[in-house]
Design a protein around this ligand. Sequence first.
Ligand SMILES: *Cc1c(COP(=O)(O)O)cnc(C)c1O
Length: 378
Amino acid sequence: MKIPFNVPPHSSNEEKYISQAIGFRKLSGEGTFNKKCAEWFKEHLHCQMAVITPSCTSALEMAMVLADIGPGDEVILPSFTFTSTANVVALYGATPVFVDVEPGTMNIDVAAMEKAITAKTKVVMPVHYAGISCQMDKIMALSDKHGFIVIADAAQGIFASYQGKPVGSFGHMAAYSFHETKNIVCGEGGALIINDPRFVARAEIVRDKGTNRQQFLNGQVDKYTWQDKGSSYLQSELAAAFLLSQLEEGSLITARRLAHWEQYHEGFAELEKAGKLTRMKVPSDCEGNAHIYYMLLNSADERAALWSYLKEAGIQSTTHYVPLHSAPAGIRFGRVSGSMKVTDDQANRLLRMPMWADLTKEDVSFVVNKVRQFFAEK
Ligand SMILES: *Cc1c(COP(=O)(O)O)cnc(C)c1O
């Protein structure tokens, strides 16, 4: 048996929509399918604007431009995240300020975040790890008090919710990813969700190389020109066509993942009771999307041993981030605020199980049994 860590999901209308896009003879970012995907987000999130982008990384970059990040500004974020979250900050000459995560969710520790606030704090970037939302009520209350902008890295958060609303609807802006390793995919892709109306007018310009081309296309001006800083944050119609099909079937794809998540969670309950491992947690005000199923082993050595044991059995489990505060570029461009105890400890003990929509019940049982066997044989 071979069980890979990830296989991208398939949805019904990918080929059909791509053929339609080819037939429309309009393949750049203002085409029908980009509009339809943006509409989908507006309907589901009630956001002010959604920009379908070439990646989550580019969506975060666009958010940095809209937030006017530059040298001297500080951006608070967890060290336990993907490179992109901090890289977009360094790219514009601002300083990433790394804080610790909470032990239960591996999400930004709000108390540590509050302590990291200085007069230079311009943005805070919560990362919804494993699709489980950060404590956005507390973070937004601190934003109201201190005036910083909240840009959520919701790369992993599609179809997850917080207090009954989609995670992307929290924060002034939020960025999703549709990279092939995420729940909903189009190869490479992302979306910038703008929830605060004050960023909308500039977003039209920033996304289109800093020009007012959109006004020109809408017939509001008779020629367009360079207005502001920007880049090309537009997605190809071919990828957007694929994405629309995935979004339309996203609830079904998520439901399949959630069933596997539950099966893992139940399957590992006994081992947790016996003190062999700690299962991931979902706070009561969060609804997950089964982006990841992870567990914490009791030591880094035990994680390495389980990883090899599963590999031997054909099962591809994986660790996750090397904390950014200890990465070469993190040391060069960022600084640490407070203790990194939880990050340093838990990042070394975390292991992710195979998770993708088309796994079967038998696949998941096989993985669960192998993990049980590992502990039984010890
Ligand atoms: C995947 C991921 C990204 C990057 O997404 P891309 O679409 O590949 O740019 C950023 N942040 C987090 C937390 C991610 O998981």
